[in-house]
Design a protein around this ligand. Structure first.
Ligand SMILES: Nc1ncnc2c1ncn2[C@@H]1O[C@H](COP(=O)(O)OP(=O)(O)OP(=O)(O)O)[C@@H](O)[C@H]1O
Ligand SMILES: [Mg+2]
Length: 264
C-alpha cells in the first residue's frame, strides 16, 4: 500500500479567479492529514488537483515519488496520456460528500465493479475481498441491497469500501460526512478512524474538528488558496499560531452546522 504524497507549488485558476496560489504539502506513508478552512478556500480544488481531475496551472503532485498527470522529459514536464493519468489515479481512492454509488447496482456490485472491470481481476477473489470490505465497514448483512435501500451513512460506508477495493496507496476524502444527518455522521467517522488505525495514508477535508483532533496526525488550515498553517493536530487546533486559524476555529465551534451548509 505504502502511500506518500508530495504536493509542490500547486496553482490553479478558473478564469481570473486564483483558487490555489502555491500549495505545498507532504503526507508521509500512513499519515492522516485533515484539511480545514473556510468555504471557498480551495480545499475541494486541492483534492481534485491531487487526483488530476483538474489540470494544474503550476506545480506538481507525486504519489510514492511518481508524478501524477505529467511525464518529465528533457528537464520539462509534459502532460501524460489519458491512459497514464487513469493509471496514476488508481493509486488514489476518492470519497466525496455525495456518495455517487451506482443506483442500479447492489452494495456488493458497487464494490466489485472497479476491481473486475478496470483491474480485470478474478471475479471470485474480488467477490471475497469485497465481502470482507463490506464486513469491515459494518455492512456484511447489506451486501445485496441497492443504494436506495440504505441510509446515507450506509451508502457512504459502501463508497469507502468501493474506494478501498481498488487498493489505493492514498485515500482522499472531501467532506464525507457533511451531507449526512447528524446521527449518521459517527458511523462513517468510525470507519475512517479504523482505516487510519490500520495505517492508511489519508487526506481528509472536513469540518469535523473533533475527528481532526482525535485522528489526524497533521492539521492543515487553508485560506484563500494557500496553506496558512500546518502542524500537529493538537497544536493547530488548540494553540494555532495564525490569527486566521484561530478566527476560523472560533467560528466553526460557534456555528458547526452553518459551515456544513456552506459546503453544499
Ligand atoms: N469548476 C469551477 N469553475 C469556476 N470556479 C470554480 C470551480 N470550482 C471551484 N471554483 C471556485 O473556486 C473557489 C474554491 O472552491 P472550492 O470548491 O475548492 O472551495 P472549498 O474550500 O472546497 O469550499 P467548501 O468548503 O464550500 O467546499 C470558489 O470560489 C469556487 O467558486
Ligand atoms: Mg469543498
Amino acid at each position: 500500500m505504502a502511500g506518500g504524497l508530495r504536493l509542490r507549488g500547486l496553482r490553479k485558476s478558473y478564469g481570473d479567479l486564483e483558487v490555489l496560489r502555491g500549495v505545498d504539502l507532504d503526507v508521509e506513508p500512513g499519515e492522516v492529514v485533515c484539511v480545514i478552512g473556510p468555504s471557498g478556500s480551495g480545499k475541494s480544488t486541492l483534492l481534485r488537483c491531487v487526483n488530476h481531475l483538474e489540470v494544474l496551472d503550476g506545480g506538481f503532485v507525486q504519489v510514492d515519488d511518481v508524478l501524477v498527470g505529467y511525464e518529465p522529459r528533457d528537464g520539462k514536464l509534459y502532460e501524460s496520456s489519458e491512459r497514464e493519468v487513469a493509471q496514476a489515479r488508481l493509486r488514489m481512492g476518492m470519497v466525496f460528500q455525495q456518495f455517487n454509488l451506482f443506483s442500479h447496482l447492489t452494495a456488493l456490485r458497487n464494490v466489485t465493479l472497479g476491481p473486475t472491470k478496470v483491474l480485470k481481476r478474478d471475479p471470485g477473489e474480488v467477490d471475497r475481498e469485497a465481502r470482507a470490505l463490506l464486513d469491515r465497514v459494518g455492512l456484511a448483512a447489506h451486501a445485496d441491497k441497492l443504494p436506495a435501500q440504505l441510509s446515507g451513512g450506509q451508502q457512504q460506508r459502501v463508497a469507502i469500501a468501493r474506494a478501498m477495493a481498488m487498493k489505493p496507496a492514498v485515500m482522499l476524502f472531501d467532506e464525507p460526512t457533511s451531507a449526512l444527518d447528524p446521527e449518521l455522521v459517527g458511523e462513517v467517522l468510525t470507519v475512517m478512524r479504523g482505516l487510519a488505525e490500520q495505517g492508511m495514508t489519508m487526506v481528509v477535508v472536513t469540518h469535523e474538528i473533533g475527528f481532526a483532533h482525535d485522528v489526524a496526525d497533521t492539521v492543515v488550515f487553508m485560506d484563500d488558496g494557500v496553506v496558512v498553517e500546518s502542524g500537529p493536530a493538537h497544536q493547530v487546533l488548540t494553540t494555532p499560531t495564525s490569527e486566521r486559524t484561530a478566527g476560523f476555529l472560533a467560528h466553526v465551534r460557534r456555528h458547526p452546522q452553518k459551515e456544513n451548509d456552506h459546503a453544499q
